[in-house]
Design a protein. Structure first.
Length: 369
């Protein structure tokens, strides 16, 4: 007997039964059983095999059934289990305008986020980072935790320090021997094979160029994963993202970069050409295993950079970089500039970042007379 049946969580609700055909019902039941089995066994902490308590799992199963039925009836007009980020964003927007409590809206958001964690774990999908969140104690909808100006500067500097090692020729034989042990472990290779090239490799421009580009362009994790060398226009300090590679697959995008970032990318491209794993790949960045970065590996790397930068990381993800770029671009320029730089399809999405502090607005009124 499955854990779902033992837990007593209802696999299919009556409204879903009434809506679905017999074969659709069978497919949906099996889909739900896989999801809820994961939820009650390991969903809370997959690495340690810790599942959600019955009350939590039962509540989330119920809310997700509501979400699926919204997708079928209001968004797609048909049955599907291929739930997307666009479905989730549309559902959150509908909830935002609804008359239920903020606490209830927050519970729905948690359930949908958990659904995408399961899809990432079991179906090789992408976790979902909502553009708005619901606070149980207020009536506000806010961007997820973003980096302050000072923290953005700290991250820019920290990635220059992250993983760096002294120059090979600047070390004494004893010091060099200790660093060889460190690099042998880091690159998973015999110590005897560690030489000047490995010291240069340790001081790579890969991570600085990745994070600086993310800080300028507000890159989504999926955009880092899809990134191609062909996007780069170093001479003009631009990213040119074609429609077929964009996250929403809606438009061609031209995104500004700082000269500092363009120079880092230029150095990385020169270095990149020396590595064998890039010979048959057009990805701008690959991880140590030779695969494109995904949201999991980027979040882990982001946490390490936050530690190096001595800034708080709890409750933050790689997406926090994007939210900070959106917030300050809207504040420094205008919503149109932020919409273009962040590649938002809808102006309404960008408007969520138009949150200039009251002090800034007061200064503007004083300047206006």
């Amino acid at each position: 007997m499955s854990q779902v049946k033992k837990a007593g969580i209802r696999l299919v609700t009556k409204p879903a039964e009434d809506y679905l055909s017999e074969r659709q019902l069978t497919d949906y039941r099996e889909h739900r059983e896989r999801l809820i089995d994961w939820m009650v066994n390991i969903g809370k902490d997959p690495e340690h095999g810790d599942g959600y308590a019955y009350d939590t799992a039962n509540g989330r199963a119920y809310r997700l059934d509501l979400f699926y039925r919204n997708v079928w009836k209001e968004q797609e007009g048909r049955y599907t289990t291929e739930i997307t980020h666009d479905h989730a964003d549309a559902y959150m927007k509908e909830l935002a305008y609804g008359d239920t409590s903020q606490e209830n809206k927050a519970s729905h958001l948690k359930a949908v986020k958990m659904l995408f964690r399961w899809r990432a774990y079991a179906l090789d999908g992408e976790e979902w980072e909502p553009e708005i969140t619901f606070s149980p104690n207020t009536g506000n909808t806010n961007p997820k935790d973003f980096l302050t100006r000072e923290e953005r500067g700290a991250v820019r500097e920290a990635v220059l320090e992250h993983g760096s090692v002294p120059s090979y020729n600047a070390l004494t034989p004893e010091q060099r021997d200790r660093w060889k042990i460190h690099l042998a472990q880091r690159f998973e290779m015999p110590k005897k094979d560690v030489g000047p090239d490995e010291f240069k490799r340790a001081n790579s421009w890969k991570v600085p160029s990745l994070f600086w580009t993310a800080l300028d362009a507000g890159l989504r994790p999926i955009e880092v994963q899809r990134s191609k060398v062909q996007w780069l226009d170093i001479q003009n300090a631009l990213l040119r993202i074609p429609k077929q590679d964009s996250s929403k697959n809606s438009d061609n995008w031209t995104v500004s970069l700082t000269d500092r970032t363009a120079n880092a990318l230029d150095r990385w491209l020169t270095e990149r050409a020396t590595y064998d794993k890039y010979q048959d790949s057009d990805s701008i960045w690959l991880n140590r295993s030779g695969n494109p970065y995904n949201h999991h590996s980027l979040n882990r790397l982001f946490q390490k950079v936050c530690t190096t930068a001595s800034i708080p990381s709890e409750g933050r993800t790689f997406y926090s970089i994007r939210h900070s770029t959106a917030t300050y671009m809207a504040r420094e320029e205008d919503l149109a500039a932020a919409q273009a730089q962040l590649r938002h399809k809808s102006p309404q999405t960008t408007m969520r970042y138009d949150q200039a502090p009251v002090e800034d607005r007061r200064d503007a009124l004083n300047r206006m007379g």
